[in-house]
Design a protein around this ligand. Structure first.
Ligand SMILES: Nc1ncnc2c1ncn2[C@@H]1O[C@H](COP(=O)(O)OP(=O)(O)OP(=O)(O)O)[C@@H](O)[C@H]1O
Ligand SMILES: [Mg+2]
Length: 302
């Protein structure tokens, strides 16, 4: 039973169809990553899923609670972190967190606030007013705010957009830690690398639909299998091609043979054995793995 169940969501803004038919199921305890370009409709979908915006069709259940019928009840089990920071610039980090804690009726707001500040590396800056924070610090504080209370499901809209590489790595750590503490995380991103690093399941949102879904590994397969590239000296190339004929070698360049690795290790070992039996030694070799960028190009072409 998925903990987030999104069925056939549709949304139009006047004549513009933004979401045509979107269905997503997320298992408890997993990280789901929704990938899509600017304007694909990621934020629109999150607003509908969290009950902030009405859809034009379809339904959403979170922890088996119907969001459209009873958003207040559903909102108790999740927290939503919007794309644009909702921190109060004239308060300190600590004051922001304590305020949210009081609003959410947590039993010891200050203790909760301090523990979150520590978790997000903001303890030293706790008493500075937020307008003096860097962009990365604000984003982290904003994320910390969405963790006040005890939501078991987190919706994060582009949590790392605009962060420098090192702050991004820090946030990935936090997100992984949240998952290992049992949370279910639904995040959006435009970064393929981020999806690759974090996701249990990736969905590609394009033209109002999820055009592909799977694990990062499965998604990369869409752009083709891994390949082995072998370089030979000009005098060895012809013979190498002949002895490797069962592996369907492709000659990509005058000295370069490329072979698809269907069963990766077994294929590599078999190739090396054949070469060794014929006293052929490649001058260089490399395994080529499709990246999510290749997938994106493949999918958006079609
Ligand atoms: N309130 C609104 N009224 C009219 N059009 C809207 C509204 N909100 C979003 N849109 C349009 O819907 C489309 C999807 O917007 P959305 O913000 O969901 O995209 P996104 O995938 O989150 O993009 P980004 O990566 O830039 O955040 C855009 O064309 C946008 O202009
Ligand atoms: Mg958005």
């Amino acid at each position: 039973m998925p903990i987030i169940d999104i069925r056939n969501i549709k949304k139009n803004f006047k004549k513009q169809t933004v979401l045509e038919d979107v269905s997503i199921q997320v298992e408890a305890g997993s990280i789901y990553t929704l990938l899509g370009a600017n304007g694909a409709g990621k934020s629109t979908l999150l607003k509908i899923v969290t009950g902030l915006l009405n859809s034009d069709g379809g339904k959403v259940e979170i922890d088996q609670l119907p969001v459209d019928k009873d958003p207040r009840e559903a909102q108790k089990v999740f927290s939503y972190n919007a794309q644009h920071a909702s921190v109060d610039e004239v308060l300190s980090g600590l004051e922001n967190l304590v305020l949210i804690g009081k609003l959410r009726h947590v039993s010891n707001p200050k203790a909760v606030a301090l523990s979150l500040l520590e978790q997000f590396g903001l303890l030293d800056a706790k008493d500075k007013i937020v307008s003096t924070y860097s962009g990365g610090m604000k984003r982290r504080l904003d994320l910390a705010m969405s963790l006040v209370g005890d939501a078991k499901i987190l919706f994060l809209d582009e949590p790392t957009t605009g962060l420098d590489p090192s702050s991004r790595l820090d946030l990935w750590k936090v997100i992984r830690k949240l998952q290992s503490s049992g949370k279910t995380i639904f995040l959006t991103t435009q970064y393929l690398e981020e999806a690759d690093q974090l996701a249990d399941t990736i969905g590609f949102l394009k033209d109002g639909k999820i055009i592909a879904t799977g694990t990062p590994k499965e998604m990369k397969r869409l752009a083709g299998e891994n390949r082995l590239h072998l370089t030979f000296s000009p005098e060895d190339l012809k013979q190498a091609k002949e002895v490797l004929i069962d592996f369907e070698p492709k000659v990509l360049a005058p000295e370069l043979i490329s072979i698809e690795l269907t069963e990766e290790m077994t294929t590599i070992l078999n190739i090396l054995k054949v070469l060794n039996d014929h006293h052929l030694e490649p001058t260089d070799f490399e395994t080529i793995r499709p990246t999510l960028d290749d997938v994106f190009v493949t999918l958006t072409k079609g």
